[in-house]
Design a protein around this ligand. Structure first.
Ligand code: PEP
Ligand code: MN
Length: 339
């Protein structure tokens, strides 16, 4: 919507209409008592980039339609998206998905032990980092392909589908072969080339919200995957940067009901990376269930003190059964059962 100033002349209004139409945008002039508005019907980003606000007679340009398209519940005529992974359902409001496992795959024994513990306690899927996006290049970067092999072996033993993060486009074929849910981490949410590659792999994608990304940006990132023909996208709120440094990040729980209003995609929460503190993971997980999330992804270790990455936020494996029961109880309050 282009709002003209009260002093705008008919010639200035006509000039804007001509400019819009020359750019392939349909223009509808709506004269008001004080000012005239021009409805610009077309690509909102394109209209914004035309720089109309600097032209004579223009007061302001106000976007009316939403910037995300395929992820929007406004345009989708279908029911909420349900992503099926090895018989588990993510989304749809009936099942709560509990993804658990170590931050990083460190050895077959460590991964197997955690996987058994979480499988026995009712987890739906196993998480485990193979390629780690570390802030410092001198930190442990993950076991790479070896870790993917370990995850595949542990899946065969436990039956748990595996979730692991892809960090570069050249890993795509191997991830498509091995991993059940391909995670795009917070740091890569705006790596649009990677999103397009992942969108072509035909595997469910877990897309985490960027450290400082708005929810509209998250949904536009999801559009990059959806437009490649892959509808199986799970969104993840994992905490954002705010002025408060008490916790590692600030978990934006309001994001869950907001996303539920604005997108048909399933939404899960990562309380581990958000808080950075295992003592907060239980309450935040229960809150995630209460606020309507479709699941959570949590880090668990047998011996977090010696973990090579993210020790302080990983739940003790021996605490996981009680943790899972508490989360399940909260999910059941909103009519959901563990997937
Ligand atoms: C992770 O889940 O292992 C991870 C690195 O998370 P994030 O991208 O949210 O920081
Ligand atoms: Mn981690």
């Amino acid at each position: 919507m282009v709002v003209m100033t009260p002093e705008a002349t008919p010639a200035q209004i006509e000039a804007i209409v001509e400019r819009l139409e020359a750019a392939g945008v349909h223009a509808k002039v709506m004269p008001g008592e004080l000012t005239t508005a021009i409805g610009a019907i077309g690509d909102p980003e394109g209209v914004r980039e035309m720089g109309l606000e600097g032209l004579p007679g223009v007061d302001q340009v106000i976007p009316i339609s939403r910037p995300y398209k395929l992820a929007s519940s406004e345009l989708s005529h279908h029911a909420p998206t349900v992503v099926e992974v090895g018989g588990r359902r993510v989304g749809g409001g009936e099942t709560f998905c509990l993804i658990a496992g170590p931050c990083t795959v460190e050895s077959p024994e460590q991964t197997r032990a955690v996987a058994r513990a979480v499988a026995d306690a009712g987890a739906s899927m196993l998480r485990g980092g193979a390629f780690k996006p570390r802030t410092s290049p001198f930190s442990f970067q993950g076991l790479g392909y070896e870790a993917l092999d370990i995850l595949a072996d542990v899946r065969a033993e436990t039956g748990l589908p595996i979730v692991s993060e892809i960090t570069a486009a050249e890993l795509a074929d191997r991830f498509a072969e091995t991993v059940d849910v391909i995670q795009v981490g917070a740091r890569n949410m705006q790596n649009y080339g990677l999103l397009e590659v992942v969108g072509k792999l035909g595997k469910p994608v877990l897309l985490k919200r960027g450290l400082s990304s708005t929810l509209e940006e998250l949904l536009q990132a999801a559009d990059y995957i959806l437009k490649e023909g892959n509808g199986d996208v799970i969104l993840c709120e994992r905490g954002i940067r705010t002025f408060d440094t008490a916790m590692r990040f600030t978990l934006d729980l309001g994001a869950v009901p907001w996303l539920k209003l604005h997108t048909h995609l399933p939404v899960i929460v990562d309380p581990s990376h958000a808080s950075g503190d295992r003592r907060l993971v239980g309450p935040l997980s229960r809150a995630a269930a209460a606020v309507g999330a479709d699941g959570i992804i949590v880090e668990v270790a047998e011996d977090p003190e010696v973990a090579l990455c993210d020790g302080p936020q990983q739940l003790y494996a021996h605490d996981f059964p009680q943790f899972a029961r508490d989360v399940e109880a909260h999910a059941s309050l909103v009519g959901m059962a563990l997937a």
